[in-house]
Design a protein around this ligand. Structure first.
Ligand code: SD4
Length: 297
């Protein structure tokens, strides 16, 4: 197929529609994945990304974002960024730097301001109200339902694969906490010779297995995207259970260089997919006996 795009969670459906339109018209993968992320970042009803993102313990919204170009392996990433509209687009700009591609906290904000990126207070009244209600109740951090990272991987007509991700990270995270999302190989990866992958869920688990790189590596070794995503997630799930007795939620999307998708997850996980000749669809992946099965919504 000439193009394809996959996105995480139900909230990626609109973004996948926008990305599909771009790719169908001949647009490039970078443009498609950024359009997907922007859709999430600007929608205050998605409480885990951009505007209206979940606050940290102190009631402030800090964003993480990343972009990777599979033609060059160039990537950019920001972590703990406060007060800007689009971490994914700032990450996209950072990929063109010779060094300093991954910036955190005030350094990321200084870069974004110097490069004219739009500033925005991402704390909304609704986000703050949820924080007020939960702040004394919540004891442990979890990647629970409704707290999700938006991730897109796309392949365009030129054969370029790109991945972009955007998130406010875990609700009630400590000041300075960074998850997997902006960490190359963990939250995202892309190599046009192989495909792309991105992760969502408990960053502290995902980073233990470098899930996105692992899925790409497994595809390079000849596994289908479905086999690769499954094996990456369940290999880590089993290892963590063996070592610690438990494994927290994690889900992985991937796309091979032909545009076929794969998903691995140890929880119920909706995702959206579109490709040449196929309208965007919302699908559900679910765990079943150490494997992932996909069904229509
Ligand atoms: C993190 N992986 O910050 C992100 C959060 C997430 O579903 O994806 N939640 O650890």
């Amino acid at each position: 197929m000439k193009w394809a795009v996959i996105g995480t969670w139900k909230m990626a459906y609109d973004g996948v529609c926008k990305a599909a339109e771009i790719l169908e018209k001949g647009g490039i993968a970078a443009e498609a994945v950024l359009a997907g992320c922007s859709d999430g970042e600007d929608n205050p009803n998605y409480h885990s990304v951009g505007l209206g993102g979940r606050p940290d313990r102190n009631g402030r919204v800090f964003l993480d974002g990343a972009f990777m170009d599979g033609d060059t392996l160039r990537f950019g990433a920001v972590a703990g960024l406060e007060g800007f509209r689009s971490p994914s687009r700032i990450a996209y700009a950072l990929k063109d730097e010779d060094a300093n591609n991954f910036l955190a906290g005030p350094g990321a904000a200084i870069y974004a301001r110097a490069h004219g990126f739009e500033e925005r207070d991402n704390v909304t009244a609704e986000g703050l109200a949820i924080w007020q209600k939960e702040k004394d109740r919540l004891r442990s951090l979890s990647a629970y339902d409704g707290h999700d990272t938006i991730c897109f991987t796309a392949k365009d007509r030129h054969g370029t694969v790109c991945t972009a991700v955007s998130t406010s990270g875990l609700f009630m995270k400590e000041y300075g906490r960074v998850g997997d999302s902006p960490v190359a190989g963990c939250g995202f990866y892309a190599d046009s010779l192989i495909g792309g992958a991105a992760a969502t869920g408990m960053g502290e688990e995902i980073m233990k297995g470098s899930l996105s790189f692992l899925a790409c590596h497994l595809m390079e070794e000849g596994k289908s995207p479905m086999e690769a995503a499954n094996e990456a997630v369940w290999r880590l799930d089993r290892r963590l259970r063996q070592k610690t007795g438990s494994c927290r939620p994690m889900s992985l999307i991937c796309l091979d260089k032909e545009g076929n998708y794969g998903v691995g997850t140890n929880i119920l996980f909706p995702f959206a997919y579109a490709c040449e000749g196929q309208k965007p669809v919302l699908l559900i992946a679910e765990p079943a006996d150490g494997k992932t099965i996909i069904r229509n919504v």
